[in-house]
Design a binder for this molecule. Structure first.
Ligand code: NAP
Length: 242
């Protein structure tokens, strides 16, 4: 019989895996994005109340394997998953997607946090932010010489010196080229998610010789098994099932 799996999601890979799980398993989402209604497994939306809450859920539901396929920057839930696995005595496996690597012609600079990012942006005029909603909290702080474009999941009304675009990957290379050209982007800001679906923007920055400011990846906890590729995790899961 298949183990009862709790899959922590919110990424493309997690959704792809959820489509292969049976009705005994649960796909868990924080509730920030779209909730699929066509999955063969159960779907649960919302937080658990920290590591202790997650451990309690695992025990109550008789979960036998915890899978962490959350985003590489979702550090809190990954820490909770590792701790909850310890507390409840179930195994935790994680997909730890490798980050993008700079290649020839790339000018990538890592920053630790918002303050460092703002300082690094000082000499640019038309930054394109593609790291989620954080810039929206700082729209009142835009320096007079800058015009920001913020691309995040949901659009918002423009404010003086800022445009807020709502868009969801995957992003095609041609569309990214057109966007950079329309905006006159002179610097790109991103997380280093390592996702193929958002990678074309890096190619465009390379073509245009633009610098890229990357928010440093958070440290994630070690868990029982870690996989770089979804198919490797899936293979291990299959072997565990037989
Ligand atoms: P986070 O800071 O690590 O987590 C904040 C809280 O949200 C967690 O403590 C947990 O609440 C709840 N949570 C997060 N993921 C959950 C899940 N899969 N199922 C149930 N509860 C969850 O996470 P975040 O950075 O806000 O990201 C939230 C979700 O969006 C994650 O699932 C992540 O995979 C996805 N996502 C994040 C990013 C990003 O850049 N951070 C990008 C794309 C997608 P409790 O403590 O109450 O359990």
């Amino acid at each position: 019989m298949s183990p009862r799996i709790l899959l922590l999601g919110g990424t493309t890979e997690a959704l792809r895996l959820a489509r292969r799980l049976g009705p005994e398993s649960i796909y868990s989402l924080a509730g920030l994005g779209r909730v699929p209604d066509d999955l063969p497994c159960q779907v649960r939306v919302g937080g658990f109340g920290g590591a202790e809450g997650l451990a309690a859920f695992i025990r109550e539901q008789g979960i036998e394997l915890l899978l962490d396929l959350t985003h590489p920057y979702a550090a809190q839930i990954s820490a909770n998953a590792a701790r909850a696995a310890e507390l409840s005595g179930v195994a935790c496996w994680a997909l730890r997607r490798p980050g993008w690597q700079a290649g020839a012609g790339d000018d990538w600079r890592e920053v630790d946090d918002w303050a460092e990012l703002v300082a690094a942006l000082e000499h640019f005029q038309r930054p394109l932010f593609t790291l989620g909603r954080e810039p929206l909290e700082h729209l009142h702080e835009i320096p007079l010489h800058q015009h920001w474009t913020v691309r995040c999941l949901t659009a918002q009304q423009a404010v003086p010196r800022a445009e807020i675009i709502g868009a969801r990957g995957p992003f095609a290379l041609d569309e990214e080229r057109a966007l950079f050209a329309r905006l006159g982007t002179d610097v790109l800001i991103s997380k280093n998610s390592g996702s193929a679906s958002t990678e074309p923007k890096l190619q465009v920055a390379r073509e245009l010789g633009l610098p890229v400011l990357l928010l440093r990846r958070p440290e994630l906890p070690a868990v029982e098994r870690e996989f770089a590729q979804l198919e490797d995790l899936w293979g291990a899961l299959q072997r565990r099932l037989v």
